[in-house]
Structure formats: C-alpha cells, structure tokens
Design a protein. Structure first.
Length: 263
C-alpha cells in the first residue's frame, strides 16, 4: 500500500534515532524545541523526529487541554523547519505529528494538516471517540468489544496510508481473557509486520510504570517475527538522558529474543 508521506523508518536501522518527542506546545510537556535537539545531541542521537500531539478540528467548539491548537500549528512547523537547517551538520531532524484516528473528525483534520510539509505521522490511539465523548484506552477494559474496537481503529488508520509508524501500540489496557488479547493483538502485530513498521517499546511508559510497554505484546511480537524500536516519547528534554529506562526497554525485547533496531 502506498503511503502519503515518503518516509521509511527502516532506512535508519543503523543510526541512533528517536521518532517520538514532544514540546511545550502540547500543554502537558515542558521545554522548547531547541532544548530537545541539544539534549538529544549530547546523548549521541543521530536522528530525532518531533511528533507533538496534533491539533484536531473538534465538534461543538471543544478545546483539548492535551494537544496544540490548530492556530499553533504553523508556528510549530516553522520552528522545526528552522531547527532542521540550523542543526543540519549535527543531527537529522524530522517534522511530524502524533495523531489518534477519530472517525468523522480525522478526515477534515487531515485536510488541514496536508497543507504543511510533514515528514511522517505517528499513530497513537490514546482514546476511543464515542458519541462525541473521549474514553481512555488505558481505562482497564475487560470486554471484548473495546479490545476489538482498538485494533480495528488502528487497522483502519493504517488503511488511510497516512501513518508511517505507531506509538505504543500496546497502550490498550485490556484486563480480560488472555486468549482474546492474543487473538486481536496478533492481528495488529501481523499488520505491523506486513507494513514493515517496527513495534515501539515506549520509554515514557516504562519509566512511569504504565500498562505499556506490555510484556505480553512484546513476547507476542517476538514470536511473530516483528522488529522493535525504542521510543523515548520525551515530554522533557532531560528524558533523553534516562538511560536506565532506555536500556530497560531494550532488555524487555531481548529477554524474549527480540531484535531492537538501535541501542
């Protein structure tokens, strides 16, 4: 399937990369873009991608408190594009956004985003969007319906051709039957393998003790023959230096015999 953005994460297997990084624009991170670049360079990263939380054209005047607004998008783009040029001899920088797939509002939102020179889009489904209400995928869902819906949302999003990678694909906090978890999450692992999208093991989730990265999904991915990357998911420039959590994510994959792109 042809993707809208001409970007392939597999081209960077031999470099130290992080394609999951935020800025103060999202309202729940700290630090200016330049600080993230400089701390990444200090830690030896050769490639970074800014993937701050995308604005959305929500209905009924709703304003999110955990993502930039559409009016901030142009400044975000200009800032990253300027840093690309300024630091081009020191590090490769990519411009991206982290997006959920919200049926009904994704379509008009992506039309706005297509006006800007994005290098890639990172799919990350933090919420279900039902009847104009948001329900966290980390709630602790024991029913099959929400697990099935989560996987179908990601599959449908990938069908659009807009997404080049997936952040914390194991963010769904399913607390029900293990056999059902394996049934649906293997479908997702299969699709990621087919699309040549490595499974992200998320440093932020590891450090904070969230339900992700989920060892069940990492083990499933190893058995399925998936590749893995480590995503810093930085919300603070200093998080580029959290080597204990970074190495812990690598170890999680390697303990099951998994292969991590970069270390």
């Amino acid at each position: 399937m042809k993707r809208y953005f001409d970007f392939d994460i597999n081209d960077y297997k031999d470099k130290k990369c992080n394609f999951h990084s935020h800025t103060v624009s999202c309202q729940h991170a700290v630090g200016e873009e330049r600080e993230y670049v400089e701390e990444a360079i200090k830690e030896g990263f050769e490639v970074i991608g800014f993937s701050d939380h995308s604005p959305y054209l929500f209905k009924n005047g709703y304003v999110s408190r955990i993502r930039m607004t559409m009016s901030q998008l142009e400044d975000y783009v200009k800032t990253i594009e300027a840093l690309k040029k300024e630091y081009r001899d020191d590090i490769t920088i990519f411009l991206a956004l982290e997006m959920e797939y919200f049926p009904g509002i994704f379509e008009p939102t992506i039309e706005e985003i297509r006006q800007y020179p994005m290098d890639y889009l990172l799919l990350a489904q933090h919420f279900f969007y039902e009847n104009e209400s948001f329900h966290g995928t980390r709630f602790g869902w024991a029913d099959e319906a929400h697990l099935k819906t989560y996987v179908e949302l990601l599959m449908t999003a990938l069908d659009t051709g807009y997404f080049n990678m997936v952040g914390h694909p194991d963010i769904v906090n399913y607390t029900g039957d293990d056999a059902l978890y394996t049934k649906y999450m293997k479908q997702l692992a299969d699709r990621l393998k087919q699309e040549r999208i490595p499974i992200e093991i998320n440093v932020n989730g590891f450090r904070e003790g969230y339900n992700y990265p989920d060892k069940k999904f990492v083990k499933l991915g190893v058995e399925n023959g998936n590749d893995f990357i480590v995503g810093v998911d930085a919300h603070n420039p200093n998080e580029y230096h959290d080597l204990d959590s970074y190495k812990g994510c690598i170890k999680m994959a390697e303990d099951f015999g998994g292969k991590v792109f970069w270390k």
